[in-house]
Design a protein around this ligand. Structure first.
Ligand code: PLP
Length: 370
């Protein structure tokens, strides 16, 4: 699905030098590269504050911990996402309230938000799934009207740009009260291990998040709040700093792959290609098709037999997961997510694909239907 080895080969000299420098200076924890990368990311994203942390799941956790929420406070979260988004909510003894996604964009269905808001609702967590922004403008106005926090899960959409109705633009993660992202190796900006960061435009929240990620420490050995231990590793920061310089070109490569796939499949009777929202750019973390009248397992087996990997993101929506089904509200149904779980398939998409591979993959997929 990804080719991190070839990508590394192209930046090997720079990366090796940076990693060796960390080892030679032995600045393993909070070394200079952490601050440098954090500043570079603030510049890249346009975010006033960037708080580095250990991974994308912690990023959501630290952001939520900074918002002074009480047990059983409700957090609206898409039922169609990676489990990390809801996991943190449950872990903090908050209540995930699942919401359906839009079948075109795979992101939170903004029209259903208000019907789920109760006096206990405190946060909305839009997830910019597969690399495209949720419809942030209406989400922010609903949040303002009901006095709610918005945390954007930007793990899959770093660098995506949202355009508001007045033409102004902001990067994914910099619109809500907090935005969280992940540097898991296969993410669009992937390290060589775990990593994460939080964006915020609010100075008070930034201070609190920083403190929480460092054991709730105000000054060394003085702990004002209960925190956790969530640091971005110096070695990872030194690598991410280099890779951030390539992120725009990585995004371009991914879009070229997506356009090739679009062209190959757009007229196919059994395949729906991803819909591009009119108010967001797409950074194509995943290229996800919806199949019609197709034996998906047979297609996947056929592709595997021709050495083409494919993945299902995700086979089970959250309300059917054993750990989360108790959070289903009476009478709630998620027909769209259930249908997506049965019919989506993601094809390989990464920065190192060449035309020969793309022709092979698209021809092979099409030949399955003949
Ligand atoms: C990857 C991912 C996360 C979690 O990131 P980690 O760095 O693996 O903890 C959270 N949300 C979504 C949507 C993701 O894809």
């Amino acid at each position: 699905m990804v080719d991190l080895k070839s990508q590394y080969q192209k930046i090997k000299q720079e990366v090796d030098k940076a990693v060796i420098e960390v080892m030679e200076t032995a600045a393993f924890i909070n070394g200079p590269a952490v601050k440098e990368f954090t500043e570079d990311l603030a510049k890249f994203s346009g975010s006033k504050f960037v708080i580095p942390c250990a991974n994308g799941t912690d990023a959501i956790q630290v952001a939520m911990m900074a918002m002074d929420l009480q047990p059983d406070d409700e957090v609206i979260v898409p039922v169609w996402t990676y489990v990390a988004t809801a996991e943190v909510i449950a872990l903090l003894r908050l209540k995930p309230v699942f919401i359906e996604v839009d079948p075109q964009t795979f992101c939170i269905d903004v029209h259903q938000i208000e019907s789920l808001i109760t006096p206990r609702t405190k946060v909305i967590v839009p997830v910019h799934l597969y690399g495209q922004c949720a419809d942030m403008e209406p989400i922010m106005s609903i949040a303002a009207k009901h006095n709610l926090y918005v945390i954007e899960d930007t793990a899959q959409a770093i660098g995506a740009v949202y355009t508001f109705s007045d033409g102004s633009k902001k990067q994914a993660g910099t619109i809500g009260h907090a935005g969280t992202t992940s540097f898991f190796p296969s993410k669009n900006l992937g390290g060589y291990g775990d990593g994460g960061a939080i964006y915020t435009q609010d100075e008070d929240l930034a201070k609190k998040m920083k403190m929480i990620a460092h054991h709730g420490e105000r000054i060394k050995y003085y702990h004002d709040v209960i925190g956790c231990n969530s640091r971005l590793d110096t070695m990872q920061a030194s690598i991410l700093k280099i890779k951030l310089q390539h992120l725009h070109s990585y995004e371009k490569n991914r879009n070229e792959v997506a356009s090739f796939y679009d062209k190959a499949f757009s007229d196919h009777p059994n395949i729906s290609v991803p819909v591009r929202s009119k108010n967001s750019s797409h950074v194509f973390h995943q290229y996800t098709l919806i199949l019609k009248d197709t034996d998906r397992d047979a297609l996947r087996e056929f592709l595997a037999s021709k050495d083409i990997p494919s993945m299902i993101y995700y086979p089970v929506p959250l309300h059917h997961q054993l750990a989360y089904k108790e959070h289903l509200l009476p009478g709630q149904r998620f027909e769209i997510s259930e249908s997506l779980a049965k019919n989506v398939i993601s094809l390989p998409i990464h920065t190192e694909m060449n035309e020969e591979q793309l022709i092979y993959i698209t021809d092979t997929v099409k030949s399955f239907f003949l």
